[in-house]
Design a protein around this ligand. Structure first.
Ligand SMILES: NC(=O)c1ccc[n+]([C@@H]2O[C@H](COP(=O)([O-])OP(=O)(O)OC[C@H]3O[C@@H](n4cnc5c(N)ncnc54)[C@H](O)[C@@H]3O)[C@@H](O)[C@H]2O)c1
Length: 311
């Protein structure tokens, strides 16, 4: 689909990072932009900056894990602009809580935003795109959607997003729907994702304490994300995929190589490799020793403490 003035883009998680870069790129291509985000102040600021590029904007405070809120977003977009052409289901979070010993609320939050947010977005906007006879949906997954390794909550949510996107793509082709579908699976991108729990919802109670492994991994993640790709470059790849109607958006070939190696092992029936070196991280052997050292540290942080703490 051609991206040009007169078309309308909707972006969730538009107040920061990849979402903001998408909004900026669409605006530079002349599209009017509907920005949705749960962080209201940042959203208003983002809408001002996008508006300064000379396009119309609409900022709609939205929690994508809430189906009614996403339906209201779709209604607001159509009421304001009369149509929608590009929908980026991009909002996402990651939790540092312990997946197995911590509270279930962390699973609810991550799956609520990362998975249900995408489901809500597709269900709210697909009928609009179909009735218009034109449109494109971009779902932000992650390389974690093709290769687990960044924690079970995040990996599970992103695997589900890749799977449902692929199903949607096939359906549009089989049924002949006039809607393009792409899935974005980046590795490291320089954004504020490490501070995702700034948006931990009060309704879920207290933000759970970080898991032991999350504490050990935090500096490594921070370094990798700080050195990650500029979100503007990711937005360029997304627009190329929309224009050329391509499904896969895979900005980081080194990470795709890991996913391919994983699939070779699957094909051979081999168990998952627990010691894979990840681009941007220290060697897997170093990370494993850091985690083991933290578990056996005399500070008393061990598996048994962990169990007691998180009960
Ligand atoms: N940064 C990376 O390295 C990376 C890699 C792969 C995938 N991703 C994915 O990219 C997407 C964007 O994240 P980012 O890296 O730009 O992080 P970010 O924190 O900079 O931006 C995420 C945005 O989503 C918003 N958000 C959070 N919860 C929300 C909710 N319930 N409803 C609506 N908006 C909500 C936040 O307020 C924020 O503006 C996410 O889906 C993330 O999982 C990021």
């Amino acid at each position: 689909m051609k991206l040009e003035a007169g078309k309308i883009a909707v972006v969730t998680g538009a107040a920061s990072g990849i979402g903001f870069a998408l909004a900026q790129r669409f605006a530079r291509d002349g599209l009017d932009v509907v920005l949705a985000d749960v962080e209201e102040e940042a959203l208003a600021g983002a809408a001002d900056r996008i508006g300064a590029l000379g396009v119309e904007t609409l900022a709609v405070p939205t929690d994508v894990s809430d189906n009614q809120a996403v339906q209201a977003l779709a209604d607001a977009a159509v009421e304001r602009f009369g149509s929608v052409h590009v929908v980026c289901n991009n909002a996402g979070v990651s939790s540092r809580a312990d997946p197995w010993f911590g509270p279930l609320s962390a699973w609810g939050w991550v799956l609520g935003v990362n998975l249900w947010g995408v489901i809500h977005g597709i269900r709210a906007f697909l009928p609009i795109l179909i009735s218009q006879g034109e449109g494109h949906i971009v779902n932000t997954a992650s390389i974690a959607g093709l290769n687990p390794g960044s924690g079970p909550m995040y990996a599970a949510s992103k695997h589900a997003v890749v799977a449902l996107s692929e199903e949607l793509f096939k359906t549009t082709k089989i049924v002949g729907l006039p809607v393009g579908v792409s899935v974005l699976c980046p590795g490291w991108v320089h954004t504020a994702i490490m501070d995702a729990d700034r948006n931990w919802p009060a309704r879920l109670g207290e933000n759970p304490p970080p898991a032991l492994a999350a504490d050990v991994m935090r500096p490594h993640y921070e370094r990798a994300i700080d050195a990650g790709t500029d979100p503007a470059a990711i937005a360029d790849l997304v627009t190329e995929a929309i224009v050329s109607d391509r499904f896969w958006i895979l900005p980081h070939p080194g990470f795709v190589e890991l996913a391919i190696r994983r699939w070779h092992r699957i094909g051979e029936g081999l168990d998952p490799d627990p010691a894979v070196d990840v681009p941007g991280f220290p060697p897997a052997s170093q990370i494993a020793s850091e985690i083991q050292a933290a578990l056996t540290a005399p500070t008393g942080v061990g598996v048994s403490t962990l169990r007691a703490r998180d009960r």
